[in-house]
Ligand binder design. Structure first.
Ligand SMILES: Nc1ncnc2c1ncn2[C@@H]1O[C@H](COP(=O)(O)OP(=O)(O)OP(=O)(O)O)[C@@H](O)[C@H]1O
Ligand SMILES: [Mg+2]
Length: 198
């Protein structure tokens, strides 16, 4: 079954990832950013997109997850850039239960609210991080697996499949084709959220 394969892949990548204390996350990000900067075959816009994704995801680990540990991986395999960021925190459903005790939604719906609707426990006017990461994924024909509290989605440009996988915390796994293109205006539109209104 697809989810079993995915679980194996996630375990394999987690094993290869750098394990770090959440308070050290900045140091490791810097190492990854340096590595990405020296890549010749990746366009500067895609590099920027990778920096953006990793910054947003690591901010979320620090701000929301209550995790002690985090895993980070940047790699290239079979024509794809692979980004993995994971934490051993409480996950989105538990965070939402705390902030929105009256929210009548199941765990998958809670993850969807965060991922797509821009629902934020930081209050009104926030909630750009995950939506923007998703926007980049769609614009670059990438693939994203996002799991939080054991549930989530596999997302590609035209498809979104719900997933239930027995992994703790929050995991984001993104594969971007090495030769993906993203022009600057497209990138800034996604970042500013203007693509939603056009
Ligand atoms: N790693 C995580 N662990 C637990 N909860 C998370 C995690 N990442 C995101 N969340 C939850 O999902 C919500 C949406 O995240 P998102 O990054 O889109 O917005 P934000 O962090 O609230 O605001 P912004 O990114 O605009 O500063 C967060 O408010 C938080 O409740
Ligand atoms: Mg955020």
């Amino acid at each position: 079954m697809f989810e079993n394969e995915l679980k194996k892949e996630i375990d394999f990548l987690l094993d290869k990832a750098t394990l770090l204390e959440v308070k050290e996350i900045e140091n490791d990000l810097a190492t990854v950013f340096n590595k990405v900067t020296t890549e010749n075959e990746i366009s500067s816009q895609i590099k920027e997109a990778v920096f953006y994704i990793l910054s947003e995801l690591s901010d979320n680990v620090k701000q929301h997850s209550k995790a002690s540990k985090s895993w980070i991986l940047y790699n290239k395999d079979k024509g794809n850039i692979i980004i993995l960021l994971a934490d051993n925190g409480i996950g989105i459903p538990a965070v939402f239960d705390r902030y929105f005790p009256d929210l009548d939604k199941n765990d998958l719906e809670k993850v969807r609210e965060a991922l797509e609707k821009g629902v934020s426990t930081k209050g009104e006017g926030r909630g750009y991080g995950l939506r923007t990461v998703r926007g980049i994924v769609e614009a670059t024909a990438a693939e994203m697996v996002f799991i939080s509290g054991g549930v989530g989605y596999k997302i590609t440009k035209n498809k979104k499949d719900p997933l239930e996988i027995d992994v703790a915390g929050t995991i984001t796994l993104i594969k971007i084709p090495v030769d993906a293109r993203l022009d600057s205006s497209q990138f800034y539109k996604i970042i500013e959220g203007r693509n939603e209104r056009n």
